[in-house]
Design a binder for this molecule. Sequence first.
Ligand code: NAP
Length: 310
Amino acid sequence: MEDVIILGTGCAGLTAAIYTGRAQLNPLVLEGTQPGGQLTTTSEVENFPGFPEGIDGFMMMDNLRKQAARFGARYEHAKVDKIEIQDGIKKLFAGDKVYEANTVIVATGARPRLLGIAGEQEMYGGKGVTTCATCDGAFYRDMDVVVVGGGDSAAEEALFLTRFCSKVTMIHRRGELRASQIMADRATSHEKIEMAWNTSPIEVLADDKGFCRAIRVQDTVTSEEREIPCKGAFIAIGHIPNTDFVENLLDRDGDGYIVTEPSSQVKTKYAGFYAAGDCVDHVYRQAITAAGMGCQAAIEAERWLAERES
Ligand code: NAP
């Protein structure tokens, strides 16, 4: 029986691991399909306090991981499919394996949302459609690409792609960006970035080898359709929380985010069961807020275990 099992190795999960580790709770951290979480696919993290020059996302997560290990966190690869609670004991089912714990912190984050348009799935992952400029940008050197979306992620992806690509067209369904002012200004003033305002993608078009050659779009004001030639289409339209495995256990909102108790950001309706980071937070969704929630969940778990023992 474990005292604490943490699901997820993003900012929330690893911060929870550092705190529960330092509290001598010997946390077991289960990492799923994307170790290190979303920041491992980010180029430069500029807004995490304490790094005046910014820090590479992958390096930051590697540092967090080592920091938690230093305090006794243990890591295992396991994709939890289901959790049951019997007499207060949390049973986590991962394939053939069953883990048992007194407390659980779910910090499973979120995954990129896709458009659901024709051609997208067929060309996803290797044939021109992708959700990660950091991972795939270099494959598109000297080529024209598009980025779909108008938030900070889209602006960041577009700016990153200007390092490699000849032209980056940002396709956004409205007439102004949702991104923060600083990111919006950087994107709209960049000489390699062209804005396609009031424009919705309707199909990704393939060449005769099945690779992306263009994206067909529609003007949201005039309904006029046109093709934007591109070898790569980077989709950056937000995220879906990774919470399906708790659908029969925890309350979730209409978008799948775990609903926590009004008294706390991280307590669920079960004692000793917490949730933190992007699987809960649909408002702030920052590395620093995820880390903060991971810290809160760890402190709650520590207090709950201590009270139970006294
Ligand atoms: P987001 O802020 O939710 O933006 C999603 C964008 O995609 C919006 O512009 C939205 O359009 C568009 N969109 C959504 N569904 C669409 C669809 N079906 N078709 C076309 N467009 C669609 O998501 P995000 O950019 O991933 O950012 C998430 C959070 O992370 C935010 O809080 C952001 O500030 C933060 N973040 C921060 C940084 C940074 O500080 N450097 C970097 C990345 C992310 P509408 O605008 O019309 O809704």
